[in-house]
Design a protein around this ligand. Sequence first.
Ligand code: TV7
Ligand code: CA
Ligand code: ZN
Length: 378
Amino acid sequence: NMRLASHNKTRVAYFHDEGVGNYHYGERHPMKPHRLTLTNHLVLNYGLHKKMEIFQPRRATDNEILEFHAPDYVDFLKRVTPDNAEEFEQVFQRFNVGDDCPIFDGIYDFCQRYAGASIEASRKLIAGGADICINWSGGLHHAKKSEASGFCFVNDIVLGTLELLRYFPRVLYVDIDIHHGDGVQEAFYSTDRVMTVSFHKYNGDFFPGTGHLDEIGTSLGKYYSLNVPLRDGIDDDAYIWLFKEVMDGVMATYQPSAIVLQCGADSLGCDRLGCFNLSIEAHGRCVQIMKDYKIPMMVVGGGGYTVRNVARCWTYETSILVDQELSNDLPPNEYIDFFKPDYQLHPHLSGRVENQNDRQYLLKVRERAMEQLRYLDA
Ligand code: TV7
Ligand code: CA
Ligand code: ZN
C-alpha cells in the first residue's frame, strides 16, 4: 500500500461522541455505555489525544441506517419509548426486544451515535485521511436486518463495511469478542467481497449458538466465513499462537484492501459474562498483529462487562495503535476510584477458569482453518 509505505508514522483518527456514554440499558443489565466515557477519560488523561486526530462524529441518518436495516424495524426503533412501549408490545417478539435488548430512553439516538461513528470512520479511510480509525462505541455485531439481538439494535459494523465496499474491493472482518459475530457473518454470508473471521466460545449452548467450524459461507461466499470455536479458559499463549497462525494464513490468501477489527473486551479474564483467561496485554497483541499488516483499518469495540477492565483494555489498545508506551500506573483522573485497589493499567486477570483447550484441540482447529483457506486459494 503506497499510502502507508510513504509514511512511517501511522495516522490515527479517533471518533468519540461526547453523549454516547449517557444511555442506560437498565439497572441490572450488564451492558454499560458508561464504559465509553471511562475509556475516553483514560485516553485523554494519558495524553493519547496528542497523537491522533479527534472527531466528534455525526449521527447516522435514517437513510444511512436503512442501507442495511428494514424500514419497519427502523420505524419501530424511532418511535418506541419506555412510555409508549405497551402500544408496541405486539411487535416486541418480531423485533426480538425484551430482556437482552430492552427499550430505554433515547434508544434510536444511541444507535445513530454509535453507527454514525463507524460510518464516518469508513469515509475517513476511503478519503485516505487516516490509516486507522477508532470507534470504541461500535462493534455491535449481533444486530440483524429486522431484529435486535444480544444487546445490539443497529449493526454499525455492517453499515461501516457496506460503506467501505463502495471503494475497497475486499474487506476483512476480524472479531475477538468472546461471542460469535453472527450478524456480520450473516450479512455477508454469500459474498466474496467480505471475509469474516470470528474467534469465540462455542459449545452449542453459549450465546448466540452459532459459529461452528462448518459455517463457511454459501454461493459466491463459500469459504469466506471462517469460524474459530474455542472452549472455556483459553490462555494468552494459546490464543496469540492460534490468532497469528490463522490471521497470517488469511492475510496471505485473501489479501484484503481494508480491515475491520472488532475488539470486544469480554474475552478478557474476569469478565462478568465471559469465561476466557486473556490478559489485556494478549488482547492488545491481537490488535498489534493486525496493525502490523499495514492495511487501512477500522477498529471498533463490542462486548466487555467488567467496566474497569474494558476501559483499561481499549485505552491500552489505543496506545498500541498510536505507538505510544504507557506507564502501568494510571494517571490521576476523576474516575480513579473505579480502578481500586491497584490503580494499574495491567492488573492480573488470569487464573479464574480452567483451560479446556488442550493441545490436540487447538491443533485440530488450526488444521481445519488452514484446510478452508486452501479451498479459498484455489
Ligand atoms: C456484543 N448473556 C453481546 C453479548 C450478548 C449476550 C446474555 C445476558 C444477561 C442479560 C441481562 C441480564 C445477563 C447475567 C448474559 C438466552 C438468554 C439468556 C435475559 C436475562 N443479565 C456482545 C446475550 C446473552 C439482561 N443472551 O457479543 C437484563 O447475564 O444468553 C442469552 C439469551 C435469554 C435472555 N436472558 C438471558 O458482547 C456487544 N444475556 C440482566 C438484566
Ligand atoms: Ca468473536
Ligand atoms: Zn460479546
